[in-house]
Design a protein around this ligand. Structure first.
Ligand code: AFP
Length: 327
């Protein structure tokens, strides 16, 4: 008997008002994900989706693709009714007001991996759900800038060979896969557990000359293989879409690395704390993994700006600890 996302959310929420609101928000985001998956699946038939919009850059200065904006619009369309008061988005400078009486705020990267749109490689949507009330947060930006440990739920959708939702509601990490026949997300894994150790790392090695010295030494030791200090050979995988690398890590272990480097604008790496690192860190920890900025637990970091970048290392907890030992 397959368990649908809706049934799983009903069971999670019971009659608790806060959990009912979280379940409603996650359900709406999943619905937006189905709409985005259909757009991504058009691939070369909609090659304009990959076009950079004029000289548009998003709030964080990254180039903005047409599908980045369309994905954000699909999410807003689903969240403009329901329990979410404001949406923080990589594609918008300031929080987007949604429902004045909402008890939640959501931070989202509408389309992660958009540099891959025209290469038929998996891309995704990353979301983070935080508590909100107007009295505690007169400024909605402050509500979005709570520590990652305050998250009530987080997840990401992957638009790949399968449309997958990886979700945590604070009690483990689950995987749901879209059954296109019924239109339902079906529970595929009730409790993800990331292998504690690994022989596989993910990093964009072309930036090696720019890295901080400890990170360079760590990768050099991995490259030295079984004759080197690690006494084992490593494999490398780097998709260029964090959601795809993350799902591989949840499936077979591994570690994802995007550290700060000497390039202008990359002092704190490339990933955004609030709508990329925090949600992935929450999901990872709920799956027995670890997530740091190289040394400090991501969920303990107090955000300073809505679109701030953060160095990010996450995955198999023993390997994340090993990396920290190089600093
Ligand atoms: P885009 O959304 O701009 O493609 O960036 C994707 C991403 O933030 C993350 O998903 C990838 O792991 C990482 O950037 C890839 O960065 P490099 O292109 O520098 O390897």
């Amino acid at each position: 008997m397959s368990v649908t996302l809706q049934a799983f959310l009903r069971d999670y929420a019971g009659t608790d008002p806060r959990k009912l609101a979280v379940a409603d928000a996650v359900s709406r985001i999943a619905e937006a994900g189905i709409a985005i998956a259909d757009l991504v699946a058009q691939g070369p038939l909609a090659d304009h989706f990959a076009k950079v919009r004029g000289d548009e850059a998003n709030a964080g200065g990254d180039t903005q693709k047409e599908l980045d904006v369309i994905a954000e619009e699909a999410i807003i369309a689903k969240l403009k009714s329901g329990p979410v008061a404001f949406l923080g988005s990589e594609e918008s400078e300031t929080p987007i007001p949604l429902n004045a009486d909402g008890s939640l705020v959501v931070a989202v990267d509408p389309l992660d991996g958009s540099s891959n749109i025209d290469t038929n490689v998996s891309v995704g949507t990353i979301y983070s759900v935080l508590p909100y009330d107007a009295a505690s947060f007169p400024d909605p930006t402050a509500a979005l800038m709570q520590k990652g440990s305050a998250q009530l739920a987080a997840g990401f959708l992957i638009y790949g060979p399968s449309t997958v939702l990886v979700s945590t509601l604070g009690a483990g990490t689950q995987v749901f896969a879209l059954d296109r026949a019924s239109g339902d997300f079906i529970l595929a894994k009730a409790a993800v557990e990331i292998a504690a150790a690994t022989k596989e790392y993910g990093v964009n090695q072309s930036n090696m000359r720019h890295w901080e010295e400890p990170m360079r030494r760590y990768i050099e030791d991995c490259l030295a293989g079984k004759d080197g200090p690690r006494a084992k050979d490593f494999n490398m995988r780097w998709v260029g879409s964090m959601v795809a690398d993350a799902f591989r890590i949840f499936t077979r272990g591994g570690v994802y690395i995007y550290s700060g480097d000497k390039r202008k604008g990359y002092e704190n790496g490339r990933l955004r704390l609030i709508y990329e690192a925090n949600p992935v860190a929450f999901i990872t920890e709920q799956a027995q993994g670890a997530a740091t900025d190289g040394t400090t637990r991501i969920l303990d970091i107090t955000p300073q700006k809505l679109h701030q970048r953060i160095p990010l290392v996450f995955g198999s907890r023993e390997e994340v600890a090993k990396i920290a030992s190089y600093y």
